[in-house]
Design a protein around this ligand. Structure first.
Ligand code: C5P
Length: 398
């Protein structure tokens, strides 16, 4: 799987650098071509000679070789690589990466990277738990960096806690998992709707719902990782996730706007995943002026039906794969099966409001997937990121 894959392996100045020698061995044995980039302080822990001999390539550390003046191009490395791994990633390098401080070859290479990037943090537990480190790791995750979480265990300082770099075998597995699905959906176009819709009552009020958009955004990110081109139509969400060039994000407010955009792109896609929590009704009138309270004891709003985006587009889907969600409080399976039929969907992802791990504004979800061929697959509660992987694996029949 890793045969002839080009990997940039970044080493930073942490005691766990010695474990990266084993990681390099594993990558090389699996057939990858590895270019090691070291920060100046990494060389205090393991000498470049070790990495150079095992990788079969001179280690890059400075912007140019002092005695020959040979320039090392971080831009060329960015074009060459299929994946960049920073292991160990110290608090300092994570901070620089998150904030674009390009004062060494490794961070400069990161900023020029066209390829996906993976980090394996390693540091003492107090540094790991510091709000600044947590913030920086979150920033990198939002920027699309894959994080191989550190483990709990004995640390070089003698303290015991979270901060120990994942074992080389674990990082190697994350790399293998990455390449297993890499470019799996290359050439495919996918439409994803996400978030709530807001239906305006007057200039300051609306009818909305608690959907955060997290599930739809995780789906978009995972589809992008697998090489798909994604049209992400998002209702009003507070997610500022930065995506690569392969995701086109279109922000809308109301169900009608979401429908208009989805209708425009649906003919161009192979798969459509309707993850948005679309308001079923909107006020018949949108008042131009703020409605005054005056002396009214009651106020009636007349609501009219919104278009059902999933049902209306799936009606004439012409070979496209369509996936909907069902968030139910009771009779989940029954209702999900009905939705499969009435909306002409291939799959329905059911999550129950009764499960404490599922629902709006949560980071986790617990799903059952039902197909129009009668399949029924249940998963345990997982993070929405893991759930996104499961959903995609199932619908593409991996
Ligand atoms: O019927 P219900 O709202 O429970 O169906 C949920 C599924 O239908 C979700 O996939 C949702 O995105 C989609 N839907 C839609 N347009 C609507 C209502 C729901 O696309 N107006």
């Amino acid at each position: 799987m890793l045969k002839d894959k080009h990997i940039v392996l970044g080493i930073t100045g942490g005691i766990a650098a010695y474990k990266s020698v084993i990681l390099l061995r594993l990558l090389k044995k699996a057939g990858a071509d590895v270019q090691v980039v070291m920060t100046p302080s990494a060389k205090e822990f393991v000498t470049p000679v070790t990495f150079a001999s095992l990788s079969g390539r001179p280690v890059v550390s400075e912007f140019f070789t002092a005695n020959t003046g040979e320039w090392h191009s971080h831009v060329d490395l960015g074009i060459w690589a299929d994946l960049m791994i920073v292991a160990p990633a110290t608090a300092s390098t994570i901070g620089k990466m998150a904030n674009g401080i390009a004062d060494n070859m490794l961070v400069t290479t990161y900023l020029s990277a066209k390829e996906p990037v993976m980090i394996a943090p390693a540091m003492d537990l107090d540094m790991m738990n510091h709000p600044s480190t947590e913030r920086n790791i979150q920033t990198l995750e939002n920027d699309g960096v894959i994080v191989v979480n550190p483990r709990e265990g004995e640390l070089a300082s003698g303290l015991v806690g979270k901060g120990r770099m994942a074992e080389p075998e674990e990082i190697f597995k994350a790399v293998s998992d990455f390449f297993a699905v890499y470019n799996q959906l290359k050439g495919k176009r996918v439409l994803v709707t996400a978030g709530p819709t807001y239906e305006n009552i007057d200039p300051v009020r609306f009818i909305g719902n608690y959907s955060s958009g997290k599930m739809g955004f995780e789906l978009a990110a995972e589809l992008e990782k697998r090489g798909a081109e994604v049209i992400l139509i998002a209702g009003p969400v507070s997610i500022s996730k930065k995506f690569g060039d392969k995701i086109k994000r279109i922000d809308v407010v109301s169900a009608v706007e979401m429908y208009e955009e989805a209708k425009k792109y649906f003919p161009e896609v192979d798969i459509a995943i309707f993850a948005a929590a679309v308001a079923d009704y909107r006020p018949e009138r949108h008042e131009e002026e703020k409605i005054k309270r005056e002396n009214k004891e009651e106020l009636s709003l007349r609501l009219v039906r919104n278009p059902d985006i999933a049902a209306s587009l799936s009606k004439d889907k012409d070979g496209r794969l369509t996936v909907g969600f069902a968030l139910e409080t009771d009779n989940g399976i029954e209702n999900a099966k009905r939705k499969l039929q009435s909306k002409n969907l291939d799959w329905v992802v059911l999550n129950s409001m009764r499960d404490k791990e599922a629902g709006f504004m949560k980071d986790t979800n617990k799903i059952t997937m039902l197909s129009n061929l009668g399949e029924e697959i249940s998963f345990p509660a997982k993070s929405k990121r893991e759930v996104a992987k499961d959903i995609i694996d199932v619908i593409i029949g991996k």
